[in-house]
Design a binder for this molecule. Structure first.
Ligand SMILES: NC(=O)c1ccc[n+]([C@@H]2O[C@H](COP(=O)([O-])OP(=O)(O)OC[C@H]3O[C@@H](n4cnc5c(N)ncnc54)[C@H](OP(=O)(O)O)[C@@H]3O)[C@@H](O)[C@H]2O)c1
Length: 307
C-alpha cells in the first residue's frame, strides 16, 4: 500500500514508519526541514520524504499525491508551544487540514493516535483539541482506526524512574494518586498495531482504547521500579487528584501541566487488553520486562550527569 506517515520523526510515528517499511508498504513521510530523519535509522533509505507542514495545505496536497492511506501521529511540540502555537492550532487545525486534503485526494484509510481519556466532556485545550480532531476523522467518510493509548512506557524514563531514584527511601508519591489504574504499553507495540490496522478488517471504523497486558496501579508501578533499582522504598500513599489540582492552581508557573489538563488526563483507567489482543494478535511487552532494561540505563545516565 502507498502510505503517507505524518509525524514520522516522532517517537510513535518513527516506529510506525519502520514497521510499515518492514511490512513491505511504500512509505512516504511528511517532514519539516528541521525534523530529525536519523530517528528512522536504516528505514530512512527506503522512505520517500516530502517536505511540508500540517499547517500548510499546499504541502499536504503534494505529499498525498498517489497515496492510499494516511497515518497521523503528531503533537504540539514544546518548542512550538513556547513560540505561541496552541493545541487547537496544531492538533485540531492540523488534523482538519489533513482530513480535508485526504478527502480531496481519495485517501482510503486513516490511522490516527489520540489518547486515553479524550472525550466531549474534557475541559483542557489539549484534550478538547484531540477530541475534536477525532470527530473530524470519524465524520470524514473515510475508513479510520483511532488509537487511544493509555500511558506509554517511554514516559517512565523521564518521569517515574528518575523521580523514584531521586527520592530514595520514602513511602509518599508527591505527584498524584497511587491507587489509579493504567495499562501502559510499548510505543513499538502500538506502532505495530497501527500498521496492521491499515488492512485489518476488525479494526475498520473503530476508535480503540489501547493498553498493554498489565493493568496496574501507579503505586504498583512505583514499587516495581523500586525493586529493579534496589532501593529501600515502599510507596503506600500519594496525593489526591483534587489536592494536585489545587497545588497547580495556587502555583501554576511551577507545573508543566495546567489544572485543566490534569483534570482530563489523571484518571483511574482500566482498559480491556483482551479486546486489542483479539484484533491484532501480537505479543505485547510487559511492564516488568521494560523496567528490567530501562531502570539500569536511566540510573547510569543519572550517575553520569552527577559527575
Ligand atoms: N507519550 C504518551 O504516553 C502518550 C500517551 C497517549 C497518547 N499520546 C499521543 O501519541 C501521539 C504521538 O506522540 P509521540 O510521543 O510520538 O510525539 P512526538 O515524539 O512529540 O512526535 C510528534 C511528531 O509530530 C510532528 N509535528 C508536530 N507539529 C507538526 C507540524 N506542524 N507539521 C508536521 N509535523 C508536525 C513532529 O515533527 P518534528 O519531528 O519535525 O518535530 C513529530 O514528528 C501524540 O498525539 C500524543 O499526544 C502519547
Amino acid at each position: 500500500m502507498n502510505v503517507l506517515i505524518v509525524g514520522a520523526t516522532g517517537d510513535v510515528g518513527s516506529e510506525a514508519a519502520k514497521c510499515a517499511v518492514e511490512k513491505g508498504h511504500r512509505v512516504r513521510a511528511l517532514v519539516r526541514n528541521t525534523s530529525n530523519r536519523e530517528k528512522l535509522a536504516e528505514a530512512k533509505d527506503k522512505i520517500e520524504f516530502s517536505e511540508g507542514d500540517i499547517l500548510d495545505k499546499a504541502s499536504l496536497e503534494l505529499a498525498m499525491e498517489g497515496t492510499e492511506a494516511l497515518v497521523i501521529s503528531i503533537r504540539l511540540t514544546p518548542g512550538e508551544q513556547k513560540k505561541g502555537l496552541t493545541y487547537k492550532d496544531v492538533e485540531l487545525s492540523g488534523v482538519k487540514n489533513l482530513v480535508e486534503v485526504a478527502r480531496q485526494k481519495g485517501i482510503k484509510k486513516i490511522i490516527h493516535v489520540s489518547a486515553d481519556g479524550v472525550g466531549p466532556e474534557c475541559v483542557s485545550d489539549m484534550y478538547q483539541s484531540k477530541h475534536q480532531a477525532e470527530e473530524a476523522i470519524r465524520n470524514s467518510g473515510i475508513d479510520y482506526t483511532i488509537f487511544k493509548p493509555s500511558g506509554m512506557f517511554k514516559d517512565f524514563n523521564f518521569f517515574h524512574i528518575p523521580n523514584v531514584l531521586k527520592m530514595g527511601e520514602t513511602s509518599m508519591w508527591p505527584f498524584g494518586p497511587i491507587e489509579f489504574h493504567m495499562s501502559p504499553l510499548s510505543h513499538i507495540d502500538l506502532a505495530k498495531c497501527m500498521i496492521d490496522a491499515l488492512s485489518n478488517p476488525a479494526a475498520s471504523n473503530k476508535t480503540l482504547g489501547i493498553g498493554g497486558p498489565d493493568c496496574i496501579t501507579q503505586g504498583e508501578l512505583l514499587n516495581m521500579i523500586v525493586k529493579e533499582a534496589g532501593i529501600k522504598a515502599n510507596y503506600t500513599q500519594g496525593i489526591s487528584k483534587e489536592q494536585l489540582i489545587e497545588m497547580v492552581k495556587s502555583n501554576p508557573q511551577k507545573s508543566f501541566f495546567t489544572a485543566e489538563q490534569i483534570k482530563d488526563f489523571i484518571n483511574d483507567s482500566k482498559l480491556d487488553h483482551a479486546v486489542i489482543k483479539e484484533i491484532f494478535g501480537i505479543e505485547f511487552q510487559h511492564v516488568e520486562d521494560f523496567l528490567k532494561k530501562s531502570v539500569p540505563i536511566v540510573k547510569a545516565s543519572m550517575a553520569k550527569q552527577e559527575k
